[in-house]
Design a protein around this ligand. Structure first.
Ligand code: ZN
Length: 418
């Protein structure tokens, strides 16, 4: 898109958004004359969206609304997202633009939550629009506990599993408890589609090794829809036609240098129901200039929520740094971490008895990062009670990072947020 085309698209979005009560007094009266003026539009915060929910962000007549979702807020007040039929179709198309090509031969088991949340419905439509058969198994449902999902995957010859990365791990654990080997005993499984939490390269490798199938990850949020799906080489490329991605410095005004991590701000260019302009996601991300064999030149890397960082000696440690450290441990499935007086304290569940930490490797990491690493290996079941895998599946998003106080009080024990 040229600058002039981008300016024209932004002005169309601004014009459309004037209808919403939320935007009425926040947008410039006239169309933007220069692309640079876009940066003068105030950021839309999550708090703004909470306050204007449920109706203040709607930009189309009510008769055009097709589906309603809410984001899971930890504050208790959800953010409303209204989609038109076209919105939903576009998100499904976006998922289908990625490396995972659904076919009419596919049996797709969807293990995302169907209630209120949006991703299950988008993947559902994406699969069916390619004539695949869908099993709407859901999560957070007491009719689909983990063993039943494993049983469905086996007897229905499921070819694609769609779920949170954590679910893929827990399903593997369940399969193992039932006496199966995930990499061998599901011969029809050909791919896993994930979404909902940052998929670091170590986590991707871990899951790909356990299941022996490729992972295609999808980045999106209820507030913006499905935004990016990995290409066939497992890389996420920002889609300029549908979104403007800004990566801002801590001042929330200036762009970071290409490739640097910053605050992710997103504008939806095509969303009709509840569009967002300059939405401050409270996530951190980077857009790295690098050639991909698929022909794209920019790769998007999600670094997680801004509150999920640990600051040590003025150095910010995020989920990607933690992933690199954890990748040197003999056991990587379940772990938690928090700061202590000298650096980081990890508690890691052993995978097989006798797992030990390579101390020389730890020393190398300490030298690299400039702080001490304390790693405690605890018996299997200490962080996550496997008996819950056979009970109802009330599984949310994972939690890895704890405060120093919580680490001392061992709050993390069997309460890893999963
Ligand atoms: Zn690519």
């Amino acid at each position: 898109m040229t600058s002039a085309e981008k300016l024209a698209v932004i002005n169309q979005v601004i014009e459309r958004c004037r209808v919403a009560s939320f935007y009425r007094n926040r947008l410039p009266d006239k169309p933007l004359a220069y692309l640079e003026d876009f940066k003068n539009i105030p950021l839309t915060t999550k708090e703004d969206l909470r306050q204007c929910s449920p109706l203040g962000l709607i930009c189309v007549p009510k008769k055009e609304l097709y589906q309603y979702h809410e984001s899971f807020g930890t504050s208790g007040t959800p953010v409303s997202a209204w989609l038109t039929k076209e919105d939903l179709r576009r998100y499904a198309k976006n998922i289908n633009s990625g490396g995972l090509k659904f076919t009419k031969e596919d049996i797709v088991l969807i293990r995302f939550p169907y209630a209120i949340s949006s991703i299950a419905h988008m993947v559902h439509l994406a699969a069916q629009s390619r004539k695949a058969c869908v099993i709407p198994a859901s999560s957070r449902s007491n009719v689909s506990p983990f063993p039943r999902i494993i049983s469905l995957m086996q007897k229905l010859e499921v070819t694609v599993l769609a779920c949170l990365p954590l679910q893929a791990l827990l399903l593997a654990e369940t399969a193992e408890l039932m006496g199966y080997k995930p990499a061998k005993d599901f011969p029809n499984l050909r791919a896993i589609l994930t979404a909902g939490e940052p998929l670091t390269s170590g986590k991707r490798r871990l899951l790909e090794n356990i299941w022996d199938v490729p992972i295609t990850d999808n980045f999106g949020m209820t507030e913006i829809g499905s935004a990016i799906t990995d290409c066939e080489y497992g890389r996420a490329h920002p889609t300029e036609d549908d979104f403007i991605f800004e990566i801002l410095k801590d001042d929330l005004k200036t762009d970071v240098k290409p490739g640097e991590v910053g605050h992710l701000v997103i504008t939806t260019l095509k969303r009709k129901g509840t569009p967002v302009i300059r939405f401050w996601t409270e996530d951190r991300a980077r857009i790295v200039p690098e050639e991909c064999p698929c022909g794209q030149r920019l790769t998007f890397k999600h670094h997680g929520r801004k509150k999920d960082i640990i600051s040590i000696n003025n150095r910010i440690i995020d989920i990607w740094d933690l992933d690199e450290i954890v990748s040197h441990f003999p056991c990587r499935r379940f772990w938690v971490v928090g700061p202590n007086l000298t650096g980081l304290q990890f508690v890691v569940e052993e995978e097989k008895s006798g797992d030990t930490i390579n101390t020389s490797q730890i020393q190398k990491l300490e030298e690299k990062y400039g702080f001490k690493l304390e790693v405690e290996i605890v018996p299997k079941g200490s962080l996550y009670d496997r008996s819950e895998l056979s009970s109802i599946s009330a599984v949310g998003k994972p939690r890895y990072i704890y405060s120093a106080e919580e680490m001392q009080e061992k709050t993390y024990l069997k309460s890893t947020g999963i």
